[in-house]
Design a protein around this ligand. Structure first.
Ligand code: UDP
Ligand code: MG
Length: 316
């Protein structure tokens, strides 16, 4: 294969996608054979326990440079994308998913927008295949993120992104743990633009985003990019202190002026319940931050790369 300068790098993390590997590869071959620029695909195996890795290693790419980054276990797709970013060399870099829910043609539109001088181009989906609850959750998420964490959070959200090498360098020099890579890109600034597209339904296999992974990303996104939760703790504290002070002055006044103070257990219980509730919530929030500080002070790697293989070479 001719070794041209790589113009586009596509990073694809995959976790147990054996149903999708072959169709993905065929789609990529089609895509690059019709493209007049040279590109590479960096597949990141995020600790798959099924046959995906075996299947991928058998496939020979004729129209693109094919690379495999093998992680030592499952680290989550954001960590996998970061591992891929350390191992790609294209002028423009794009994140894709293994299940082909996002059309590859999107990459051409993103590429054209990048060539117009943008450093970062986002693609957001026009449609939504999610059910009512998921849609409401994602609307609430966008609203909260925009209001309390990242003011330039796009109203329509984001799915796929392409960016230039200077953005890649910044991301590589600051590999954040327990954080969303998309949100990190959003905070960088630069000249950016966005386009809309239609996301397809997943054809093979199940979504690898379990509820617990989604909740973790939600809390990570919030705590990593906003100190709003800590602010709530302080404001609540001040609020209850002031109320408590007024209340105390009031009962002292009742006692001194009228000598009329009924002591009743219902009020005591409610004060206790409220107090315990607030203390517990506050402690929970503080623990979130402490946990993250502890985690980053340990300097545990965000991902562990087992091996990097040039898939074109193993077939030569
Ligand atoms: N993925 C991953 N590690 C994980 C979960 C997901 O690498 O722990 C990959 C997955 O194989 C796919 C991409 O991330 O290529 C997006 O995942 P999925 O399609 O399951 O997410 P959804 O489309 O439901 O948001
Ligand atoms: Mg998907």
């Amino acid at each position: 294969m001719e070794k041209n300068k790589i113009e586009i790098s596509i990073i694809i993390p995959f976790y147990n996608e054996e149903e999708n590997i072959n169709r993905l590869f065929i789609a990529l071959e089609m895509f690059f054979s019709n493209l007049n620029v040279f590109g590479e695909v960096v597949f990141v195996n995020d600790g798959s326990t099924d046959n995906s890795l075996f299947l991928l290693k058998k496939l020979k790419a004729n129209y693109f440079e094919s690379k495999l980054v093998n992680l030592s276990k499952n680290f989550g797709s954001h960590a996998a994308l970061r591992a891929g970013l350390l191992n790609c060399s294209g002028k423009y870099i794009c994140f894709m998913n293994a299940d082909l829910q996002d059309p590859l043609e999107l990459i051409i539109s993103l590429y054209n927008k990048c060539n117009e001088g943008n450093n970062i181009v986002w693609a957001y989906r026009n449609n939504s295949n999610n059910n009512f609850l998921e849609r409401k959750f994602s609307q609430l998420y966008s609203k909260m993120m925009k209001k309390y964490a990242i003011s330039n959070y796009p109203d329509k959200g984001y799915d796929i992104v392409m960016f230039t090498q200077n953005v890649q360098k910044l991301l590589n020099s600051n590999i954040e743990a327990n954080s969303s890579i998309h949100l990190q890109i959003l905070t960088l600034g630069f000249r950016h633009d966005s386009i809309g597209y239609e996301k397809q339904k997943r054809q093979e296999g199940k979504s690898k985003w379990t509820i617990s992974k989604k909740i973790k990303l939600f809390i990570d996104s919030f705590v990593s990019f906003s100190y709003f939760p800590i602010r709530i703790v302080s404001v609540l504290g001040i609020f209850f202190f002031v109320i408590g002070l007024i209340w105390t002055l009031y009962i002292v006044y009742l006692k001194i002026v009228y000598d009329d103070l009924m002591i009743g257990w219902p009020t005591l219980i409610s004060v206790l319940m409220l107090g315990f509730g607030i203390t517990n919530i506050s402690l929970g929030i503080i623990a979130e931050y402490l946990w993250r500080t502890l985690d980053s002070s340990r300097k545990r790697p965000v991902f562990i790369i087992d091996e990097v293989i040039n898939l074109n070479e193993i077939h030569e």
